[in-house]
Design a protein around this ligand. Sequence first.
Ligand code: FMN
Length: 314
Amino acid sequence: MAEVPLYLAPLAGYTDQAFRRLCKDWQADYLVSEMVSADGIVRNQPNTMCYAEFSEYERPFFIQIFGFDPLIMAKAAEKLLPLKPDFIDINMGCPVKKVVKRGSGSALMKDPERASIMVKEVKRAISGACKLSVKFRSGWDMNSLNFLDFGLEMEESGADIICLHSRTTSQMFSGKSNWDHIRILKEKLSIPLIGNGDIDSPESAKAMLDQTGCDGLMIGRGALGKPWLFSQIKEYLKTGAYQPATRQMILEGANTHINYALEYKNELKVVREMRSQLSHYAKGIPGSKSFRERLNRCESADEIRKLLSSWLIF
Ligand SMILES: Cc1cc2nc3c(=O)[nH]c(=O)nc-3n(C[C@H](O)[C@H](O)[C@H](O)COP(=O)(O)O)c2cc1C
């Protein structure tokens, strides 16, 4: 099977520079920033720009922006160009209430005209300095599955690449994603299509490829606590087998995650964030409940390291 590119999905609150770097170490081909507010960029809000920053090691890199006003989105894209992203990605899939109530994220799927103008304006603003991608869902709900028309319209408006998370907005993140939607859009689209939704193992990655014929696979929650999933998928697609994660790998992965995080954030913040990040490494391992309880009481990175060793090594 020809090698298919693997993308780490944007996961606000998780896919910061430390986690992205870890996934890159484990062969993720493309990385995406967490979603960045176009308003915040245009208003020079200091807490916004940091979400767009990335290192050379993370290339090829997508900066994802969200917003309602096509002209503000275009200005934001222009302001990001000095960072030299490889792609600007427009978020048209976020279902979170405070985003959609302002007409941003997946609310744009209910207003394809605005979405199309947005793509044209952002494309004009970046004027060939990087490529443009759009990430969206299957539709607002089961009665408005407009992914096909919407995708074709985004292509027509100037998107260079599309990512479809095949769930509706009303599904949020529950239920199953419907990979038939990815197959149907792939059959009609001329630009590359990245499939997204529920890839959590090498087997499910292959199943999505077989079922949809998509050009790339995007993995989100499946990579949490399992940054090696990218390497496992590559190995499985090439050979039909893969190396399962060992306790040693989990210990090393979690420790590297902490070390990377400490390079970007202060210890207090890292200790707080590791409570959610590391609970994903613990999933499925006997004793994970008491590990999580003890993790929540740790007050330093060293304490967390000791806890990890005592738990994972008998
Ligand atoms: C905690 C969390 C944060 C997310 N943040 C973003 C985001 O910033 N931008 C975006 O386009 N999608 C975001 N998503 C959606 C994911 O990128 C992805 O489309 C979705 O989780 C389905 O893929 P998965 O089944 O591989 O996780 C987020 C999802 C979760 C669970």
